[in-house]
Design a binder for this molecule. Structure first.
Ligand code: HEM
Length: 526
């Protein structure tokens, strides 16, 4: 009965959405013929890793600058031309200011008021408020907090050599990113490697776990029928999660206000912003990795002051973005870097030589300056993000009508209306041999000073592009580098008999994951 009902609902949905099938073809755009029910089924049932769906959409019409496709049930215009990507994400940004939001406004306040989901002027105001929290000087201050967590990781394996023989590294790095988020975003200290079931870690996992058939189905139904979900009161996130994080933020704010406590973390910065005592020094958040960068001053945000009052819920929502954007994603970057280093001992050896020689200058101390002196480390990180772009694709929503002019002989002008969605298939671009010869090869030399200059602009997009790019890129890179440096000074990352090589990507979830885990060993350096 249940399956019959689901089938009936999907059939009715497909009937009403029949028009969508030819959405792009009707606008004169090349588009593959699809069966919508099957498109939905593919995503819910996950017949292959999500990255491969994105790569397929990129490879569909290799000689076209763009083509029509679907994401879930939504028609999207897939871009594969660098000029067009620049046009839409930078030059004509005013027409494409928003990200696609799968949870409609008003249904989940802790999600819809975070920076990723905010739209239009509300987004501009919040981005202006948050940008100073991610500048070099703030990263330097937060580095101290991150570094404490990284030291705990390597100390743990020094003290427990029996555990270091075979480690599920994704679990390890998820615990580390949890502790970094706890201290940098929420002002809470925890050690999730020692206290494996601490409440903060369990809640973070619960908040960010979108894996599995039922969760995928809930996500799809939520996207299709948000109003129905709102009316019947089923929230997207577990109530326990929102209650827990709301309480932490409220208690922390109260305690700090009563005791006049200052700490270099996100809660403090937002409390300062709320008081209107925000310091707008140094507002350009230029990325260290990721070439397609725009100074935020170009969109006139520095001068803007926060118009609406910042509520406790706003503060909770921004702190929570660290979980949604920086828990799983950064841990995935770390684990894939560890995977590539274990598989390429010559690269690992060269990296360790660089680490040793830089740290010698800094008396063995892993400082912010020392990390930023490690050039090869930056090349290895960049190549990991090239081969494994953690954000597999990115999108923009058209907010003002726009026409893409015809350039090639087989094109017609394409008029986009408000609500049309643009998709940039980053994984497909990063694996295209036209831009990255022998794309399956892990080769940090692609990012040496000379070769880096030859990478086509807007074809290296690990952190997106333009004013809506990743605000947390510096934070993510720093926390990744510091933990790997801490480990590599003491250990070699080695393949064990449990290591899965080559990696078999999991078919569930929207991230790179391994069905059988990422098992590697840490072997004490001679
Ligand atoms: C390896 C880790 C990470 C990767 C690969 C990544 C990648 C991305 C990408 C591709 C986007 C969309 C950019 C665009 O549309 O142009 C994005 C947006 C965003 N990311 Fe990250 N991210 C990472 C970690 C983080 C962390 C640690 C934070 C912590 C705050 C963060 C916060 C955000 C926010 C708030 C946005 C939305 C920005 C806006 O709409 O203004 N990300 N990220």
């Amino acid at each position: 009965m249940f399956w019959l009902l689901i089938g009936l609902l999907l059939a009715i949905f497909c009937w009403f959405n029949y028009k969508k099938l030819n959405y792009w073809a009707d606008k004169g755009v090349k588009q593959k013929k699809v069966f919508l029910l099957y498109e939905l089924f593919k995503v819910i049932y996950m017949k292959k890793p999500f990255a491969e769906f994105i790569q397929d959409s990129y490879n569909e019409f290799p000689n076209s600058r763009y083509s029509g496709g679907f994401q879930f049930y939504r028609p999207v215009l897939v871009l594969r031309d660098s000029e067009l990507i620049k046009q839409i994400t930078v030059k004509d940004f005013d027409h494409f200011t928003d990200h696609m939001n799968f949870i409609p406004e008003g249904t989940e306040p802790l999600w819809t008021s975070n920076l990723f989901a905010l739209k239009g002027d509300k987004w501009r105001d919040m981005r202006a408020t948050l940008s100073p929290a991610f500048t070099g000087s703030k990263m330097r201050a937060m580095f101290v907090l991150m570094s404490e967590c990284a030291q705990e990781v390597s100390k743990h394996f020094e003290n427990h050599p029996e555990e270091s023989k075979s480690i599920e590294m994704k679990d390890l790095f998820t615990r580390y990113t949890n502790d970094v988020i706890a201290t940098c975003a929420f002002g809470v200290t925890c050690n999730s490697i020692k206290h494996r079931n601490n409440e903060f870690y369990l809640m973070g996992k619960l908040a960010t776990n979108f894996m599995g058939f039922w969760k995928n189905l809930k996500l799809i139904l939520y996207i299709m029928m948000p109003k129905l979900f709102k009316v019947i009161g089923i929230s997207f996130f577990d109530k326990k999660v929102s209650t827990f994080f709301r309480r932490i933020v409220k208690d922390t704010i109260k305690m700090r206000e009563e005791n006049n406590i200052t700490r270099p973390d996100m809660i403090h910065l937002l409390m300062e912003a709320r008081k209107g005592r925000f310091n707008y020094e140094e507002t350009s958040a230029v990325q260290e990795t990721g070439f397609a960068t725009v100074e935020e001053s170009e969109v006139g945000m520095n001068a803007k002051k926060q118009k609406d009052a910042i509520t406790d819920d706003d503060i909770t929502a921004q702190a929570l973005i660290f979980f949604f954007a920086g828990f799983e994603s950064v841990a995935t970057l770390m684990v894939l870097m560890a995977y590539e280093l274990a598989l390429n001992p010559d690269i690992q050896d060269r990296l360790q030589k660089e680490i040793d020689s830089v740290l010698e200058v800094y008396d063995g101390n892993i400082t912010y300056e020392a990390i930023n002196k490690m050039k090869y480390l930056d090349m290895v990180t960049s190549e990991t993000l090239r081969k494994w772009p953690i954000a597999i694709g990115m999108d923009r929503v058209c907010v003002k009508p726009y026409t893409i002019q015809a350039v090639l002989s087989d094109e017609k002008p394409v008029t986009l209306k408000v609500g049309d969605v643009i998709s940039v298939p980053v994984y497909g671009i990063h694996r295209d041999p036209k831009y990255y010869p022998n794309p399956e090869k892990f080769d940090p030399e692609r990012f040496n000073d000379e070769n880096k200059m030859n990478i086509q602009s807007y074809m290296y997009l690990p952190f997106g592009s333009g004013p809506r790019n990743c605000i947390g890129s510096r934070f993510a890179l720093l926390e990744t580098k510091v933990v790997l440096v801490s480990l590599l000074t003491k250990f070699n990352i080695v393949v064990t008999e449990k290591s899965e090589i080559p990696l078999k990507l999991s078919k569930t979830g929207f991230n790179f994951n391994s069905k059988n885990g990422f098992w590697f060993g840490l072997k004490r350096r001679a």
